[in-house]
Design a protein. Structure first.
Lengths: 362, 260
């Protein structure tokens, strides 16, 4: 099934099936809505397109996942950040998981389960390879000790894709696991964030036993697994975020009809820039090309566009961020993180300088 | 469509003409190399190729006239005013006043440009701006790697690296947008992003080139001059951005212009 056929069919289906949210905007409500949307799209087959058949999908080009995300965002059916999480979780399982682990993927696609990603640590943010959570082999299990941070939705998750150190320092000593979040020894503490939506958590791991069969890939392959997420994050995920931002600009135009032309133009120009760039990236991926350092350009453009858009909203709707209680306030604050999560703006520029411009070492 | 091997051959032929011919000779040399046929047969590719190379090499031939004439379905080889002031690329190309005499700007009678011609012209200038920005980036990159201060190449300082990274981001964005800039709105967006990329490249590359970049003995100044004029012609980044904002306000919606 190709893009146009998929899009036309999907739009017709969405016109007939009302999945618009009916909740108060809280995190619990968002998650329930997300499950509802996923379940309906999974049962109708839309959510299964672009995912391999052995993982519960219906096959077809990966680009269909971006098209689905675009339509979901265009209708504001789900929170964009929460919706895109599967793009950084399921592909890892599919590529590196044992058949038993892959068997979990449909539960994720169908909205039956929520998963989280245990990568960052207090001492390993931008420098992820410095992570110090340890996994020690004990019979048929690995015993995990350590701490994770910025783990989105850990307090809601049934499972976690976890990185831990099984060997010496550096990239090579890291392995990946699929850990059940109800295992004894796990303590989750949600983090209060400045935008008021406590979707992140700290995860304390105190002698948590993970069956040896739940290791993803081989021992020491964790870094490769973590990096393999990049193409998914930088293609489908980004496209969904971009299309979501267009809906925000639509809303701004509706709410601020007298906004400065120059500022609206700047915000739109930034969105058009990242959309044009990301479109090329989606098609490169669709043709089977390997995505790499050049997607740091997409990342910089996306973060820039997001912050410019919300800066424009703040100026065009005076006081809406400072005094109101509309969602602009939360969204504005969240946009400040766009240059931090998923690799800071500085790390992206370092990668561009070294890998794309061949400027040598710092 | 031009196939890949023909394109590579054509590209090297065009580049070598641009690097060796004087402005007046280049206009004729491009015709010899098949510019008119290319424009008739594969205008999108021809314009992307020729204007990208003009930008990169810093050469000039008054071929923007042909792009406008082609979209107006008039015979090629004439001169078309680009602004109400009558500003145009002269044919033959005679050194003129202003920031970039090699462009041979002159004044002719003004006739308002139709939307299609305007779009075609903006797209062409966009490719030239991106080419010029790439050339400026390459000059700054080479300098940063070669120039040593405090016992290390200046390319090893993060502040310098980030300026160059920022330049690459801007020009890649513009190039992506120009890939789909065939109608009036996308051409406007493409030209605005290209103007922005050009100005970004000028600012960052001049700073990285520092002293040497301020001399007329280094090639950088030619690109800096050209970028200012290319940005201004047929709508600067700043003017187009405001115009685009006005279009959006009038429509009340942000169009999604490039689909998967």
């Amino acid at each position: 099934m190709r893009v146009d056929e998929f899009r036309t069919g999907l739009r017709a289906w969405l016109d007939e099936h009302d999945l618009r949210p009916v909740h108060d905007g809280g995190l619990d409500g968002e998650l329930a809505q997300l499950s509802r949307v996923r379940r309906a799209l999974f049962e109708a087959g839309w959510m299964r397109r672009g995912w391999p058949e052995h993982a519960g999908g219906l096959g077809g080009p990966v680009i269909l996942r971006a098209v689905l995300g675009e339509e979901v965002m265009a209708r504001n059916l789900a929170d964009p950040g929460l919706y895109t999480l599967i793009e950084v979780l399921a592909p890892t399982l599919i590529r590196y998981g044992s058949p038993d682990a892959v068997a979990f993927v449909p539960t994720l696609l169908a909205g039956e389960e929520t998963w989280c990603q245990g990568f960052s640590e207090p001492g390993a943010g931008s420098d992820l390879a410095a992570l110090s959570t340890r996994a020690v082999r004990d019979g048929d299990a690995w015993v995990i000790e350590g701490q994770k941070v910025w783990t989105s939705l850990a307090q809601f998750a049934e499972r976690c894709v976890l990185l831990a150190r099984t060997g010496g320092p550096g990239h090579r000593g890291i392995s990946a696991f699929l850990m059940d979040m109800d295992s004894p020894g796990i303590t989750v503490r949600p983090i209060k964030t400045m935008h008021g939506r406590d979707e992140f958590a700290e995860v304390f791991l105190d002698g948590v036993r993970v069956p040896a069969a739940r290791m993803l890939g081989a021992e020491g392959q964790g870094w490769e697994i973590a990096m393999s997420i990049l193409p998914d994050e930088r293609s489908s995920c980004f496209w969904q975020r971009i299309t979501y931002l267009y809906t925000r600009l639509d809303r701004l135009l509706a709410e601020a009809p007298a906004a400065s032309e120059r500022q609206i133009g700047e915000a739109y120009l930034d969105l058009h820039a990242v959309r044009s760039r990301s479109r090329l990236t989606q098609h490169r991926r669709d043709r089977g090309e390997t995505l790499g350092a050049e997607t740091s350009i997409d990342k910089v453009l996306l973060a820039t566009a997001e912050q410019c858009l919300y800066d424009t909203a703040r100026e065009a709707l005076p006081g809406v961020v400072e005094y109101g209680s509309s969602s602009w306030q939360e969204e504005y604050l969240y946009s400040r993180a766009a240059t931090i999560y998923g690799g800071t703006a500085e790390i992206q520029r370092n990668i561009i300088a070294k890998r794309l411009l061949s400027l040598g070492d710092e | 469509m031009i196939d890949a091997s023909d394109l590579a051959l054509l590209s090297s032929g065009l580049r070598s003409a641009m690097e060796t011919e004087a402005p007046d000779g280049l206009d004729a040399a491009l015709v010899e190399l098949g510019w008119h046929d290319l424009l008739e047969e594969a205008p999108d590719e021809a314009v992307a190729l020729v204007f990208g190379l003009l930008g990169e090499t810093g050469a000039h031939a008054p071929v923007l006239n042909d792009v406008l004439l082609h979209s107006m379905k008039r015979p090629l080889g004439g001169v078309v005013a680009l602004a109400e002031s009558g500003l145009a690329f002269g044919r033959p190309c005679v050194a003129s006043d202003g920031l970039d005499p090699a462009l041979g700007l002159c004044r002719v009678e003004w006739e308002p440009l139709g939307a299609e011609a305007l779009a075609a012209g903006r797209r062409a200038l966009g490719f030239q701006l991106v080419g010029a920005a790439r050339a400026a980036l390459e000059l700054a990159r080479e300098h940063a790697l070669a120039r040593t201060q405090f016992g290390r190449p200046v390319a090893s300082f993060q502040a310098v690296r980030h300026r160059l990274a920022e330049t690459l981001v801007a020009l890649e964005a513009a190039e992506a947008a120009l890939g789909h800039a065939s109608d009036p709105m996308t051409a406007k967006l493409g030209k605005a992003l290209a103007g922005r990329a050009g100005l970004t490249a000028s600012r960052h590359c001049q700073q990285v080139l520092a002293g040497i970049g301020f001399t007329a003995e280094h090639r950088f100044h030619r690109f800096a001059r050209r970028i200012l004029i290319l940005d201004d012609l047929l709508g600067s980044a700043s003017a187009l951005t405001a115009e685009i904002g006005g279009d959006l306000r009038a429509a009340g919606r942000a169009p999604r212009l490039v689909d998967l």
